[in-house]
Design a binder for this molecule. Structure first.
Ligand SMILES: [Zn+2]
Ligand SMILES: [Zn+2]
Length: 407
């Protein structure tokens, strides 16, 4: 016997929902430029019966379904795409281009599944609207911009999201997870997502002629030493039980074969689950680079300069009671075979910003299997129907349980 949720999901996942997904996939937009995407999502959620407010923290939007007194439950979908050239042969593959922060044209692709997240949100709105009478309270569906820059959630919060829609009693988000069976719903207890931080490390020197290195202080050699020495920060300074990553991801310096440059710029990225590890990594980077510069005889006014970039994410944790409750509700509809556990992600996410209220909002970040493939890959091509069916079912089960009039 099918449950009311399954019946409503079967009704909601029709050709129009898949067409909505394919349209979003074919028209991806870069972080901070989600204008068309936000307009399409807002129109879809209005069609599903929501009251929609747009332009929150950039292109962010909040759609509300309400019925009487009850809890406020927030569900987030992210909206931005990536500067990736799509290499799938899907009939709805992206042929779009966007511009990067320097105004250069770049290809754009939904290579992180945010199009699926938005279609899931639309399906959820349809199901919850169809099941009016079985829930009480206010459901807030959030379309978040700039997740890939880990800045959109904070921008929406700073723009007074909770003053507009109320402080939620719980916030949920779902993210596709390739490498797991399509439609399998995966829960994480405790830390759900790593903190991440990008840093510029400018190795300064004293430039000059390549034939007279003795008259220079060579920042290229120093940069090479710093890159090698940084590898020991994680392996020798961080608790082996703790999670830490330190990657030097870019090196830029010099313009000509016979000239030693004045500086070399390194692009660093760190990942961590705990703030104490973050402090340890930052202190290690500072100490190693400064110490090696002094050892190389750099003048005190030419020591390395470390700058933290704004694109940073705090680690966040799932609320154990909320995870338990949502998992029980999802298992009751999908069955235990389609539900599993997954360890924390070493990727970073800014969903944690939605917890930052007084008192903090309990979070449940769940992932959904998307079959073979990799996130951020030009070949990422999940089979949408299975993922959408399971995603909408899982979120509807969670929302109906959390907003149940009898609990
Ligand atoms: Zn991503
Ligand atoms: Zn993503």
């Amino acid at each position: 016997m099918t449950s009311p949720i399954e019946a409503a999901v079967a009704e909601a996942i029709g050709p129009s929902l898949l067409a909505f997904y394919e349209d979003l996939h074919a028209h991806p937009e870069r972080s901070g430029r989600e204008e068309r995407t936000a307009a399409r999502l807002a129109a879809a959620l209005r069609e599903a019966g929501c009251r929609v407010e747009t332009g929150i923290g950039g292109h962010g939007l909040a759609a509300v379904l309400e019925d009487g007194e009850g809890p406020v439950i927030l569900v987030r979908a992210d909206m931005d795409a990536l500067p990736v050239r799509e290499e799938t042969d899907l009939p709805y593959a992206s042929r779009q281009a966007g511009v990067d922060s320097q105004g250069r044209e770049v290809p754009v692709m939904h290579a992180c599944g945010h199009d699926l997240h938005m279609a899931t949100l639309f399906g959820l709105a349809r199901v919850v609207q169809a099941l009016r009478g079985r829930w009480r309270g206010r459901l807030v569906l959030v379309g978040q911009p700039s997740e890939e820059w880990v800045s959109g959630a904070e921008a929406m919060m700073t723009d007074g999201l909770y003053a507009r829609v109320g402080r939620p009693d719980a916030a949920l988000a779902l993210h596709v997870a390739p490498g797991h069976p399509p439609g399998r719903v995966l829960f994480t207890e405790g830390t759900a997502s790593a903190g991440g931080e990008s840093l510029d490390l400018v190795i300064r020197g004293v430039g000059g002629h390549a034939a007279h290195p003795d008259e220079t202080r060579d920042p290229v050699l120093l940069a090479a030493q710093v890159i090698v020495a940084l590898q020991a920060v994680v392996s020798r300074e961080v608790d082996p039980q703790a999670f830490a990553v330190l990657t030097v991801a870019s090196v830029h310096g010099g313009a000509k074969h016979n000239a030693i440059p004045d500086e070399v710029r390194l692009g660093l990225n760190i990942r961590f689950f705990h703030d104490a590890v973050r402090e340890r990594l930052l202190a290690g980077i500072e100490r190693v680079s400064t110490g090696l510069a002094r050892a190389a005889g750099m003048p005190e006014d030419r020591l390395p300069v470390l700058t933290l970039l704004p694109e940073s994410a705090r680690p966040f944790s799932n609320d154990p009671d909320l995870v338990q409750r949502v998992r029980t509700a999802v298992e009751a509809v999908l069955g235990p075979d389609r539900v599993g556990m997954l360890g924390p992600s070493s990727g970073s996410e800014d969903f944690g910003a939605f917890a930052l209220a007084d008192p903090p909002v309990p979070l449940c970040y769940l992932r959904i299997g998307a079959g073979p493939g990799r996130l951020h890959s030009p070949c990422f091509a999940p089979e949408p129907r299975t993922v959408l069916e399971a995603g909408v079912t899982a979120l509807a089960a969670a929302v109906l349980d959390l907003m149940s009039p009898t609990r």
